[in-house]
Each structure stands twice: as C-alpha cells, then as structure tokens.
Design a protein around this ligand. Structure first.
Ligand code: SAH
Ligand code: F3S
Length: 481
C-alpha cells in the first residue's frame, strides 16, 4: 500500500456497480495521495444519493469530476491536460458538466472557472456535502463554487462507496488537514486545519469493512500521530477543552489499540507518520498487537539539520536516528519507508551528502523521492529563492534514488529463505498465473496461485527478489486464515 497511489493508477476512473435509482452517470478521476482516492469514495457516496451511478466511460457521463492534487507543479499540469481532453468530450455532449475537486480547486478557487473555460464547478475538500446543491446549480446552467474550509468536517457520517476495489484492502480516513506548516508544503493551505474523526465512527467503518470481506485497512491522515479526539473540534483548541474532555481524550496510540482489539483478525496499517509527532506509545502499541503491521512510513525530507530547520521540520537528524533506533529495538523487523526532497532552496552539496548518509544509517525498505517544486503561497516560496539549478536537483535526486534502490535490494535480500504471511490482493501485474500480496513490512510478494484465493492469508517461502518485489511459493494458510 504505497503512500502515494501508484503511477499507473493515477487518474484511472473508478467505478462501482450501478444500483437501482441511478438515473445519471458520474465519471470520476483521482490524482495524488491516498486521501484523494479515499475522498472520491465519499464523493461517489454523496452523489449516489442524488441518483448518480459511476461509469468508467467518460463518453457516456453526465458529470465528469476530477479530484486534483497540488503538491508539485507537475501534478497540476497533468490535470490541466486532462481538462483539455474533457473539453473535446464536451463538444460532442453539450449536456456534460465538468467539476474540479480537491487541492487544485482549493488553491485556485474561482480562478479555475476563468482560466479553464470548460469547468462548471469548483469544489474544495471540505465542501463535498454541498455537492447536491452545486450540481443543481450547474444543471440550471450556472457555474458553482464552494471552497470553504471547515473546522469540523470529517465526513465521519458518510459511508464511502468503495471504488475500483480489490475487496480486500481499504482506506479509512481518521484525520483531515494539517497544522504542521512545513515550509515547502501546500497541504495546510488546501486542506485546512487539522481535525480528528470520532473514534466510534472509525470503529464502525472498520467493522463494516470486515463484515463485507475486507481483510486490511489503512488508517489515513496527513499526520496520523497527531490524531486527537476529545469530542470534536480542532487539534489546536484541545487546551481549551473541559477537564472531562481532556481526561477522556483518545490519541493515536489509543485509537490503534481500539481498532486492533475490536478487529483482531483485520490487518491494520496507517499512513503518514511524522517524526516529530510519532511517540514510543504508538510503537509499543504496534509491538503489542500482531494484527498491526510492522511497517512505518516515516518521511524525513532531508538529512541535513540546516535544511530540516529551513523546512520547519521540528526535529533534528539525531532525534530522527533516536526514533529509528527506538523502532528497531521494539520491532526489529519493522519495515520503514521515506519521502525525500532533493534541491530545497539553499541546499548545498554538503547538505545533500548528509541526506545520503542519513539514508545509509536507516537503509529504508523503499521510498518516494522528489525534486523540490516551488508552490505558490508557501513560506518557502515567499521567503526563499528556488536557487538550486534544475540540473543539480535532478542529479541529486538520481543519486538518492540509486542509493534507495541499493537499500531496497539489501532489505529484500534479508527476506530470502523466510516464511512470511502474505494477504492476497489480486493478480500479479506481470502474470495471470501468479498472485500478488504484501507481507507485514508492506513489500510486494508474488507467488504461483495454486488453489489460493484473493483475500486469503497465506504463508509464503521467499525464494527470490528484485529491488521492488519478493518472489516465493505458498506453503499453506496462515493461522490468521
Ligand atoms: N504528511 C503528508 C505529506 C503530503 S505531501 C502525507 O500524508 O504524506 C507528500 C510528499 O510530497 C511529502 O512528504 C514531500 O516529500 C513531497 N512534497 C511536498 N511538497 C513538495 C514540494 N513543494 N516539492 C517537492 N516535493 C514535495
Ligand atoms: Fe505537508 Fe508537512 Fe503537513 S509535508 S501535509 S505540512 S506534515
């Protein structure tokens, strides 16, 4: 379960079985992070009540929605290209309406209506419950915009329609927004202040997923360790809560513990962890429950203290190492992955070497690596010159990716000869005769199908590997089956 949805899935239209009462067709594409893919399921659910079924054929759609990402400039350019294509479809179907959802909608607001003549509707991430009204507006031939950010909205009361699902793994969002203000990041501006969802609604959703055959959930948030429920409200207002509310509050470790106990056979993952907020209590909770996977996505962005500070990441290199040591002590086989940014403003060769040496220390299982992309409105854009030449950014990124590949191979080799539990998710990408699934560390494992089925927990002996995949042979069902 990569944190960022795989490249080949970016933009795939997702659909559910069309039910009775669906008189109109919605075509929805999603870009960017898991949260966006999860939000599209909330959008499909809200519009399903309005008579919309989903389709994978844009030609037959009455409404096209594109759930967008603003994290890097390239993500926005991809969406602009898609809008050109929708324009062509609109020419053959004048009744078609097109809407932009998500972070680009929030960042550009009504500017999108002026810049992209084909867009009828612009809806920010906290305004999806207003979609029925907005759709009525555009049905009446008017343009519609709602980009209000909310202090409360968590969609905890919306039961998502699962789109394009394998029926085995699902995302469940637990927080929205982010209060961290990393200086390079547009998310706090596009997704607003941080708020947590009622634990009971999370437990209900996970129970419902289990009853429908799902066997793994990933609890989602921009910064899951910061989860805090005290009866509703913003994270930053916790200090103003009543003594009773404070005493009965549920933090992330508490939430993990409840979910793990409530569904002892469900595999539980979470993403994303922020080093400055992750606690040993969370790691101890992971160690205590066999159904919480031994895997942590722990972005660091840079190995240089100077750059970490300029990024407003509120920890040092040494503190990060202490956290890694703490994880490895309690959970020796824990998979750890990273996000890294090459060429942040002011990054010197020395800073870059510090990043490589940090990677040498951790030897991540895998990672997501990017060249710095200046985002309008962020502190870095306002205060710092984007001064690392493009060619230097690219070269540093290449070096980071090459080193990560070596480490991924090294980590994968440690699995050779082991027998590991794998949850089968579907066909291997390369062969219909093989299943793909993941081990607890989140590494993809591929093995011959035999009599096993999607959703089975199988013990697999690892016999080979590439830097990205483990290859094995099933030895029987696991005791979790
Ligand atoms: N906490 C979030 C982070 C979202 S952004 C989460 O849930 O994962 C995902 C990653 O994109 C970041 O960790 C960072 O490595 C990268 N990123 C964010 N802003 C960027 C920018 N301006 N340029 C390049 N990469 C960026
Ligand atoms: Fe962005 Fe930093 Fe939050 S990367 S999403 S501001 S933790």
């Amino acid at each position: 379960m990569e944190k960022i949805i795989k490249e080949e899935l970016q933009g795939t239209p997702l659909s559910q079985a069309t039910g009775p009462g669906h008189s109109r067709k919605l075509y929805i594409e999603s870009y960017g992070c898991q949260m966006n893919f999860s939000d599209s399921e909330i959008v499909a659910s809200i519009l399903s009540e309005e008579g919309f079924g989903t389709t994978q054929r844009m030609e037959e759609a009455d409404l096209i929605l594109v759930n967008t990402c603003s994290i890097r400039e390239k993500a926005e350019l991809t969406v602009r290209k898609r809008l050109e294509l929708f324009n062509a479809v609109k020419k053959t179907n004048p009744n078609l309406r097109v809407g932009v959802l998500g972070c680009m909608a929030e960042r550009l607001k009504s500017k999108l209506l002026e810049e992209e003549k084909i867009v009828d509707m612009v809806v920010g991430p906290d305004a999806y419950k207003d979609l029925p009204n907005l759709v009525r507006e555009v049905d009446g031939g008017r343009q519609a915009v709602n980009v209000l950010l909310s202090r409360e909205e968590t969609y905890g009361d919306v039961s998502p329609v699962r789109l394009g699902t394998n029926g085995v793994t699902a995302f469940v969002s637990i927080t929205r927004g982010c209060d961290n203000m990393c200086t390079f990041c547009v998310v706090p501006f596009t997704r607003g202040r941080e708020r947590s969802r009622d634990p009971q609604s999370i437990l209900d959703e996970v129970a419902d997923l289990w009853n429908r055959g799902y066997r793994e959930v990933t609890l989602l948030g921009q910064n899951v360790d910061s989860y805090l429920w005290y009866g509703g409200g913003l994270k930053k207002d916790f200090e103003k809560a009543s003594p009773m509310q404070q005493a009965t509050a549920v933090n992330f470790a508490g939430l993990l513990d409840r979910v793990a106990r409530a569904q002892p056979r469900m595999r539980i993952r979470f993403s994303t962890s922020n080093p400055q907020d992750m606690t040993m209590e969370v790691i101890d909770t992971m160690a205590m429950h066999p159904n919480i996977c031994n895997y942590i996505h722990l972005p660091v962005q840079s190995g240089s203290d100077r750059i970490l500070q300029a990024m407003n990441r509120l920890h040092t290199r040494e503190e990060y190492f202490a956290l890694i040591d703490g994880i490895r002590k309690r959970i020796p086989d824990c998979g750890i992955s990273q996000d890294m940014i090459a060429g942040f403003p002011g990054e010197t060769e020395e800073d870059h070497q510090q990043t490589l040496s940090l990677m040498e220390y951790v030897k991540y299982d895998f990672g997501f690596m990017f060249a710095y992309s200046e985002r309008p409105g962020t502190l870095a854009a306002r205060k710092l010159a984007d001064d690392v030449p493009e060619a230097v950014k690219k070269r540093r990124l290449r070096e980071i990716i090459d080193l990560q590949q070596q480490h991924s191979r090294y980590r994968n080799e440690q699995h050779l000869g082991q027998v590991e539990e794998v949850l089968i998710e579907g066909d291997s990408r390369k062969s219909d005769a093989h299943w793909m699934g993941r081990n607890t560390q989140n590494t993809v494992v591929v093995f011959p199908k035999e009599h096993y089925r999607i959703g089975d927990f199988v013990m697999v002996r690892i016999e080979g590997c590439t830097s990205a995949t483990l290859l094995g042979k099933a030895m029987g069902y696991s005791e979790n089956q």
